[in-house]
Design a binder for this molecule. Structure first.
Ligand SMILES: [Zn+2]
Length: 344
């Protein structure tokens, strides 16, 4: 298995933006083999479904494999517009609910996993499957927490009520959050809360995975059960799931430090080992905000990931389109990177 280079693009732009069209042969010459079309973002299709279908056919005729990527819960903060502040709608549908943090505040712009959002995402996945999409990646690890060191879950009244009725407790938010964030004791309660969040992620993955369609989850750097992602449980319950590992280090500032590199490698290797199948393991090779990671450092990040044994390299850049200097740098490095991938 050589390197499989992945990137994602907007269907609308593929069809209507000349700059994007001009970039396609450059991407292909660089070695990009798979393009993931923006799918269902924050509860709405990023492009019209008919455009996604048309763009898929067009890109396939241009020689790419085509899948889709969705952002099912949104993201705490703006993770899309890395270039200029445009007008991407980051709100979630009124029928969903924002995840409430331990202090009782809404997390903008990030939904909690509930039955309505699962149903909407499952229907969207079915629509994508019906136009021929066979793989959907779900970005942002379904965000039951804003960072992997923070205890996950939604602390709204309704979610706490559900937890209480499942476990026979009668906690209010303040007491529950106090228990969950205490250093010692109450292990049973902590475990029940964590288990609930991990199971919600699994429930989501089960319901969005239809016949003829497989799903992927993107794990945050250091992502673990505490933050809602239980890789062994996902593998057991939804065995076809694929994974992204190695989030973080999107900027030169981060990647240029020893700590940044070490954190990336440690998290990547931990997740890779738990996944145990390199064909189902993708990197997150991200530049964000636009140009914050130099072309040289993007290549360096690929080098690190390949040395960790990854074969599926997934380039990301929010909704900003990676521009020519980057493709040139990657193209130049490809022979070296392919040779390197054969050693690891
Ligand atoms: Zn809630």
């Amino acid at each position: 298995m050589g390197i499989n280079l992945n990137y994602n693009v907007s269907a609308h732009r593929v069809l209507h933006d000349q700059k994007m069209k001009d970039m396609l042969p450059i991407m292909r010459d660089t070695g990009v083999s798979t393009l993931w079309l923006f799918g269902y973002f924050y509860g709405r299709f990023e492009s019209e479904l008919s455009e996604i279908e048309k763009a898929k056919k067009y890109l396939e005729s241009e020689g790419f494999e085509v899948n889709a990527i969705s952002i099912p819960v949104g993201h705490p903060g703006n993770a899309l517009d890395g270039d200029i502040s445009s007008h991407t709608d980051l709100t979630i549908p009124d029928t969903w609910h924002y995840r409430v943090n331990g202090e009782g505040k809404n997390t903008y712009f990030c939904a909690a996993i509930d039955d309505v959002m699962i149903k909407d995402n499952a229907e969207a996945a079915k629509k994508l499957r019906d136009i021929g999409i066979t793989k959907i990646f779900y970005d942002d690890d379904l965000r039951t927490s804003s960072s992997s060191s923070e205890i996950g879950g939604c602390f709204c009244e309704k979610c706490i009520e559900e937890f209480n009725s499942e476990t026979g407790h009668n906690f209010d938010r303040e007491i529950l959050y106090g228990i969950l964030t205490s250093d010692e004791g109450a292990e049973e309660i902590k475990e029940a809360w964590t288990d609930r969040n991990c199971r919600l992620v699994v429930k989501f993955l089960k319901e969005v995975t239809h016949e003829g369609l497989t799903s992927g989850i993107m794990i945050a750097q250091g992502g673990k059960r505490l933050s809602g992602t239980d890789i062994p449980l996902i593998k057991k319950e939804v065995p076809e799931t694929f994974f992204r590992v190695g989030e973080g280090n999107f900027t030169d500032e981060k990647l240029n430090t020893e700590e940044g590199k070490k954190g990336l490698i440690k998290s990547l290797l931990t997740h890779k080992e738990l996944i145990g199948d390199i064909s189902k393991t993708y990197s997150e090779t991200t530049v964000f905000p636009a140009r914050a990671l130099s072309p040289e450092n993007l290549v360096e990040k690929m080098r690190i990931e390949i040395k960790c044994g990854l074969k599926n390299i997934y380039l990301m850049s929010g909704v900003w389109l990676i521009d020519e200097p980057y493709w040139e740098a990657i193209k130049k490095a490809m022979p070296e990177l392919i040779a390197l991938s054969e050693q690891y």
